[in-house]
Design a protein around this ligand. Structure first.
Ligand SMILES: Cc1cc2nc3c(=O)[nH]c(=O)nc-3n(C[C@H](O)[C@H](O)[C@H](O)COP(=O)(O)OP(=O)(O)OC[C@H]3O[C@@H](n4cnc5c(N)ncnc54)[C@H](O)[C@@H]3O)c2cc1C
Length: 344
């Protein structure tokens, strides 16, 4: 590692690597620091929506599975989203990491793994006793961001998630499915099949759930209901921050989950991380750049969050009231079209 870089990026997730790739194409000296020994070692269901393809950031050909329909299960009905242009996919996060890392290294970016950033100063960081100066620092270090903490940016809005990764040899799943039943939990459950495994999980916003609720028990109840076998598998948990406040703080930036860019409704964050990473790179290259794509993703994210906030609120008045209303309207083609436009 040199003693000075134009840009130091903390975190080699989709946000950090997208940012590095865009900067590399513009001749900046860039250092990416990653605390894990592997890129893409991340608790995630790996679901991608068609927005990714529109951005041409990730090609769906790299996906584990591509789905042309999705099932939404409610307590009394199942709605299938299957319009022609509905395309979702799952990708292995380690595979995604490999693809992105290859592009970044090709651009001449220096990537250092097993290097955790703990100490940040105004214009330098200290790692392994070495001081590294920067013109710009980018916090791409996820939902528990050290850079965000250094900047004093509060984080109040987080989704809590629990997830099992079920190897195909234990149980095989074919369809991408969501499950909504606030009598079990005022959140949602998912089944996202990959090539060799399936991600099965639950996400909820603590504000919507009574304090004494044991979410692990709710998850077990749901797993039992759908006869999903998890014997001996390790339950993993990680938060998803969706508390966006701002992305620029002088010569420091927050992108991806560190910036609270993920959707607080669906937990989708890969796309938002990539777009925010690219946009901040453009801003560093040209300080006059207006980051119009960030405004667009914030609009999508806020629409989704508003929608689900109302549903969560109604579910708390009468269990499943919000979900039943959603299920009712999903019977109509015009509503399905709007729903797909907002969420997929
Ligand atoms: C259970 C679960 C399921 C999810 N499912 C989906 C899904 O299906 N689709 C979807 O789009 N999104 C999903 N998400 C959200 C998605 O994983 C994130 O939004 C996305 O990974 C954000 O990318 P990022 O680059 O901002 O952060 P991350 O992917 O979290 O990357 C941050 C990186 O920074 C590193 N790091 C952290 N601190 C430091 C430090 N101090 N020094 C150096 N390195 C550091 C970490 O090791 C990590 O590699 C899910 C999340 C969870 C928890």
């Amino acid at each position: 590692m040199k003693n000075k870089y134009d840009v130091v990026i903390v975190g080699a997730g989709p946000a950090g690597l997208s940012c590095a790739e865009t900067l590399a194409n513009n001749g900046k000296s860039i250092l990416v620091l990653e605390k894990n020994n592997k890129i893409g070692h991340k608790i995630c269901a790996g679901g991608l929506t068609v927005k990714i393809e529109e951005e041409s950031i990730v090609f769906l050909k790299n996906a584990d599975n591509v789905f042309y329909s999705m099932k939404l299960h409610f307590s009394k009905a199942c709605r299938k989203l299957d319009r022609n242009n509905l395309v979702t996919a799952t990708i292995d996060r380690e595979e995604l990491g490999k693809i992105m890392l290859k592009k970044v290294l090709k651009g001449g970016v220096e990537v250092k793994t097993e290097t955790e950033v703990k100490e940040i100063n105004e214009n330098s960081i200290i790692v392994n006793g070495q001081e590294i100066k920067f013109d710009y620092l980018v916090g791409a270090d996820g939902s528990n961001s050290t850079v965000r903490r250094y900047l004093g940016v509060k984080t109040k809005k987080m989704l809590v998630t629990l997830q099992y990764v079920i190897p195909q040899k234990i149980q095989n799943f074919k369809e991408m499915e969501y499950f909504f039943n606030s009598k079990i939990l005022n959140g949602y459950f998912w089944i996202f099949p990959h090539k060799n495994f399936t991600a099965v999980g639950v996400a909820y916003y603590p504000k919507n759930v009574q304090q004494n609720t044991c979410v692990k028990k709710c998850f077990e109840k749901w797993l039992e209901k759908y006869k999903i076998k998890i014997g001996g598998l390790k339950l993993k948990s990680f938060p998803i921050s969706f508390d966006y406040r701002d992305y620029q703080f002088g010569n420091k930036f927050l992108i991806g989950d560190a910036g609270g860019f993920a959707s607080g409704a669906t937990g989708e964050g890969i796309y938002f991380a990539m777009v925010s990473g690219k946009e901040v790179a453009k801003k560093i290259i040209d300080p006059q750049y207006d980051c119009s794509e960030i405004l667009k993703i914030l609009k999508i994210k806020r629409k989704q969050e508003y929608f689900f906030e109302k549903i969560g609120f109604l579910n708390n008045i009468i269990p499943n009231l919000g979900f039943n209303i959603l299920s009712f309207f999903l019977n109509y083609k015009w509503f399905k079209k709007i729903f797909i436009k907002i969420f997929i």
